[in-house]
Ligand binder design. Structure first.
Ligand code: NAG
Ligand code: NAG
Ligand code: NAG
Ligand code: NAG
Ligand code: NAG
Ligand code: NAG
Ligand code: NAG
Length: 312
């Protein structure tokens, strides 16, 4: 009797939660995050740590192909990272290859002042995702690259879909919104078509596949998946922004941050400005981002509420 009463309370709480907490009924989720993408500029004459956002380059990107392979600790915010192109990330990849792909910025003090995310192409000279992840982790450790996440992008382009990036808000497209725009896209279907676009049906995914492979227990970084189109867009951006003349006092990197629920914010040079985020000293102060994450529409509020419901 008591047990069922508790259960009833629990269900009631979950129900109330669903209808009252904004952000729950949203497109972005743990399994299908959106990405905040922005170019950051470092003025290396001033300091190798002070960064400045270029607000014109700040966007939220949505795609049904964005899938979480391994969430690790990313739910709790503090996951803004600078992008490094790792090619196919296979064991043959050397630090020299990575330097070449990134305009020799991989070990620059500015790049190393902040955690990074490796862009890795699916397939190539090796197949299993754990090979790529293991090698990425190994290189990061040897050269102190501080890689906290991997964005694996598809080497396949699917027919009959716009996964190549025609920008319609259809199920398969890549949708780009200003960060203060709350009209997020909604997908027309729940499942990815064809089903081979779903990470859980990819046989080279030995991190978290439908056969219950749980290598994720030994993977201490976040892993995400994206479309071939988005991977190529990012590669082009890395190439463009790191080919500044070597005597330039400015360096430019692409920063990616994954969000698991809808939120809006404005981007100023110094910080993303979320619900009530006030912190003037924009010297790469991550607490501003934390505010965006924990703002009233943020995921944390939902987690805390869910936790409270469970305790009852
Ligand atoms: C930033 O790093 C570069 C390369 O190591 C160095 O030459 C420069 O003096 C540093 N700038 C500052 C302000 O420390
Ligand atoms: C990757 O590293 C983990 C932990 O060291 C190990 O258990 C696993 O077998 C490795 N996977 C591959 C494909 O080498
Ligand atoms: C897409 O179509 C082309 C030509 O019809 C074919 O060669 C290719 O394998 C197809 N790609 C996929 C992912 O099915
Ligand atoms: C992307 O797909 C659309 C429709 O499927 C096609 O018309 C367009 O040519 C493709 N673009 C590229 C760059 O492949
Ligand atoms: C938000 O994005 C949608 C879809 O791209 C667009 O139609 C709308 O005009 C945007 N709203 C604002 C305020 O920019
Ligand atoms: C799951 O296991 C079956 C049988 O061993 C295999 O044929 C299939 O490719 C596996 N699927 C994945 C996603 O690894
Ligand atoms: C942040 O946003 C708030 C409310 O929209 C605004 O009052 C404040 O001036 C903004 N701060 C900065 C630094 O842009």
């Amino acid at each position: 009797m008591r047990v069922s009463f508790t259960l009833l309370l629990l269900l009631l709480h979950l129900f109330l939660l669903l209808i009252t907490v904004p952000g729950v009924n949203s497109q972005a989720s743990e399994n299908n995050p959106f990405i905040w993408q922005v170019v950051v500029q470092y003025d290396i004459a001033r300091s190798n740590h002070s960064q400045k956002y270029l607000p014109d380059t700040s966007f939220k990107l949505y795609s049904q192909d964005f899938q979480t392979v391994n969430l690790h600790d990313d739910l709790y915010g503090h996951n803004q990272r600078l992008l490094l192109d790792f090619g196919d990330g296979c064991p043959q990849t050397t630090i020299e290859d990575i330097q070449t792909l990134n305009g020799n910025t991989a070990t620059s003090p500015s790049m190393m002042s902040q955690p990074s995310i490796a862009l890795v192409e699916r397939g190539g000279r090796c197949n299993l995702w754990s090979d790529k992840i293991n090698h990425t982790q190994a290189i990061s450790k040897i050269y102190n690259l501080n890689i906290g996440a991997v964005l694996l992008y598809d080497n396949m382009i699917y027919n009959g879909s716009s996964s190549n990036g025609s920008s319609s808000a259809s199920a398969e497209g890549l949708v780009q919104l200003n960060t203060n725009n709350g009209s997020y896209p909604t997908w027309s279907t729940h499942s990815l078509e064809p089903p081979s676009r779903n990470i859980h049906s990819m046989t080279d995914n030995d991190i978290s596949n439908s056969n219950g492979s749980q290598n994720s227990d030994s993977v201490f970084m976040a892993i995400y998946f994206g479309s071939n189109h988005y991977g190529r867009v990012l590669k082009d951006m890395v190439h463009k922004y790191t080919s500044t003349p070597s005597n330039s006092m400015h360096q430019y990197y692409i920063q990616l941050t994954f969000f698991f629920a809808e939120t809006t914010f404005t981007t100023t040079e110094n910080q993303p400005n979320g619900s009530g985020g006030e912190n003037g000293n924009g010297n790469n102060d991550n607490s501003d981002m934390w505010t965006v994450f924990t703002g009233e529409r943020g995921y944390l509020a939902y987690l805390i509420a869910a936790g409270a419901a469970l305790i009852l």
